[in-house]
Design a protein around this ligand. Sequence first.
Ligand code: GLP
Length: 241
Amino acid sequence: MKLYIVKDYDEMSEKVADVIASQIILKPDTVLGLATGTTPIGAYDKLIEYNSQGKVDFSEVKTVNLDEYWGIAPDHEQSYRYFMDKHLFKRVNIPYSSTNLPNGMAPGKEEECVRYDTVISDVGGIDLQLLGLGHNGHIGFNEPDGIFYKDTHIVDLTQSTIEANSRLFASMDEVPRQAITMGVGPVMSAKLVVLAVSGEGKAKALRDSLSGPVTPKVPGSILQLKDELIVVADREAAALL
Ligand code: GLP
């Protein structure tokens, strides 16, 4: 593991974007595992800038996102598909057909989980997986649980996640109660994992993930089994390390 403690959100964003840009320059047909949330927005902005300056070319890149809310359509403003289109895909030269997310409106839950695992294996697995961290240590939507789930699965969101994510919805009632998420299998099989963490609200989750016991009660703690891990945390998030 490499740990970079940087000054603030902007420095974190630049560092993360530079790692992703370097990966794409070295391997233009990179498969990126991507995350949503507030954390990666700054890094995506930087990548858009690098792309417009001709420094990074997304034309051969493929992406697989971690997760999606269950029960909301791709064109819903709070869907993760909408988020990714808005914050990255429609602003860089990536072919739209090379971008993949689970479909939260698929007719069958089990079928959609199997389909998404097939998508991940069909692209050949992930070269670089970008992760944020939930306040309770979740990665993707792998919530604290009794076991680690390896494959794509449906999760019941915890009350704390519903509350944390409600800031982006008109009211708490509108936050979906379920999500579909990549399991820890493809994340841990990625050639490189980049964990980005910002703000004091994440300090405990980051400490528990990196130095507590490896337990599904803190999903991020499974990253302790990953040598090829880059953690970029700002000072506030790293305060308890
Ligand atoms: C959501 C996403 C996660 C993300 C987490 C943290 O629950 N499913 O992938 O890491 O939120 O979000 P934020 O970066 O906004 O704190």
